[in-house]
Structure formats: C-alpha cells, structure tokens
Write a protein that binds this ligand. Structure first.
Ligand code: SAM
Length: 280
C-alpha cells in the first residue's frame, strides 16, 4: 500500500509575493532540469518553491533561504490559532469586514500583549487589517484601523511543510557563494520587486542597483527567475544587449541636486548631470 503525502500549491500562512499562481507552471518547468542535483531557492520567502521542488524532485538537495523567518511562523501555527480563537470571541457579534470599534480593538491588543511567546504579526494582520496590509510589530499594529477579517477557521498545522529541505538564512549573495561550488545547481531567483511595498519583508528598500546586482546570479547558470511588468528589468537588459551604449556615460561627470518638495512630507531629488568631453 502506498501512502499519499500532502503536496502544497500555496504557502500554509499568508505571505506577500508567494508564487502560488505559478505552482503548476513551475512544476512543469522543473522537468527541464532533471540533471540538477541541487536546487537553491535564494529568495525563499514562504518556501513554497522549495517545497514544490522537493515534492517533485525528492532525489534533489533542496535549499530554502529563509530570509524572513517563515519557518518560525510555521512552527508557531498553533499559537497563532490560539490567538485567532481569542479574537473570534471578541468580534463574535460584529458583521464580517466591518470596522472593529475602539473597545474591541483594545481588547484584541491586550490579548496580544499578554502573549509571552512568538507572535506572528503577518498572519494576525491578515485577520485584522484592510486586505493586503501587513504589520510586523505590535507598535505598528496599534496604529492601524482594525476590521473584522478574523479567519473563521484555524490554519492547518502544516506538519511536514519543510521536511527534507535544508533551511539556511542569509543574504542571497552569501548563499550563492556557498552553493555555487556544487555541481549543476538550479537557482530559483525571486527577488523583491523593484519599488514595490516590501514592508512585510525582512529587508530594506530595494533600489535599482540592488535589483541589477541579482542579474549576476543568472550569468552562465541554470535559473528560474521571476519578475513583473512593474519593473522594466527585462526591457532594460534587452536594450543593453543591443549594445547601443557600451560604457557608463556618466563616468567622471558632475552632478547638482535640487530637492523638490511635493507636499509637507514628500520630496524627491532633481538631478542635473554635466560633463565636458575629454580633449583628444
Ligand atoms: C518575492 S519574495 C519571494 C517569494 C517566494 N518565492 C515565495 O513563493 O514565497 C522576495 C523575498 O526576498 C527576500 N529578500 C529581501 N532581501 C533579500 C536578500 N538580500 N537576500 C535574500 N532574500 C532577500 C524578501 O524578504 C522576500 O522574502
């Protein structure tokens, strides 16, 4: 008799940017790399791509870079469920998705404050905040308006979600250096999107330079890379590939920066760059 083990097509807890919409396409793409004995998920996020990789390729050494401590969130699902059970009692008489009034919000906050162990603020946010809004601390959560989006059911415990997977944690560059010595690696490269809201991620704001640096990983390697039409990275690379500009035109240039204030709290820098061509 064979026992059917669970397979995942989405992460067991909320995670912004998880690639659940690519789950079946990724399974197909993975078949093109049967010779890759090691699969490294450099920007692991929820670990979903690592999980799918291990399910499809049990023979492979699968590495998940858990930059955001997702494994810890998974380990504490029962604690998260316990908190949500308490919240449900507080909002029992409220209409779903309605605003949670102050006294009930305070009651919820005091439930969280009493929690002495790990609190999964991202999962809690998805039960209390406006859709797609996440906070990562109690202080930040307190400042938000609460809505009754409290889950009606517990999260399932996700036993075995990371079984068979090597979990590491570090900047993707370190992880790349560590595993590039292995033969025939497949790199999964799903960086934060350029200029998008990465506030739930455990990182600072991603600038164009950071984003372009990632392209080094793609040179001469087996990779599966994710991007979106919000970042024009593919268009930029195609343009550079045409060889229309062969060197940085701004080398040895000078710049003058003027701050433009749009309103009381938003400003940007306008930049004038100038250079005299070098005398022959
Ligand atoms: C688009 S998400 C990846 C989503 C993932 N593929 C999934 O399906 O859940 C990008 C991830 O890269 C992480 N990250 C940000 N800076 C990083 C860095 N320097 N090194 C590794 N990961 C980083 C973010 O915190 C976020 O988890």
């Amino acid at each position: 008799m064979t026992t059917k083990t669970k397979t995942w097509s989405s992460a067991p807890l909320p995670f912004q940017g998880q690639k659940r919409n690519f789950a079946s396409a990724y399974r197909e793409v993975l078949k093109l790399y049967p010779d890759c004995a090691t699969i490294v998920d450099l920007f692991g996020g929820s670990g979903l791509l690592a999980r799918i990789s291990k399910d499809e390729r049990p023979d492979a050494h699968v590495v998940f870079n858990d930059f955001d401590n997702f494994a810890e969130r998974v380990r504490h699902i029962h604690d998260t469920n316990r908190l949500l059970q308490e919240f449900r009692k507080v909002v029992a008489d409220l209409k779903r998705h309605s605003l949670i009034p102050k006294e009930k919000k305070d009651a919820i906050i005091s439930i969280i404050e009493k929690e002495t162990g790990f609190v999964d603020y991202v999962s809690i946010s998805s039960s209390l905040l406006f859709s797609m809004k996440y906070e990562t601390s109690l202080e930040a959560l307190k400042k938000q308006t609460f809505y009754n989006n409290v889950r009606l059911n517990d999260y399932s415990l996700a036993d075995g979600y990371l079984d068979g997977i090597e979990v590491v944690k570090g900047d993707y560059k370190e992880i790349f250096e560590k595993y590039k010595k292995e033969k025939n690696v497949l790199w999964l490269v799903d960086p934060p999107y350029l200029s998008t809201d990465c506030s739930t991620y455990n990182n600072l704001y991603w600038k164009l330079g950071d984003y372009l640096d990632v392209l080094r990983v793609l040179q001469g390697t087996n990779y599966v890379y994710f991007t979106s039409n919000k970042s024009s990275i593919v268009e930029l690379c195609e343009w550079l590939g045409d060889g229309r500009v062969t060197a940085n035109p701004f080398v040895n240039s000078n710049r003058i920066i003027v701050k433009e204030n749009m309103n009381y709290n938003t400003s940007y820098d306008d930049i004038m760059i100038y250079k005299r061509k070098e005398a022959k």
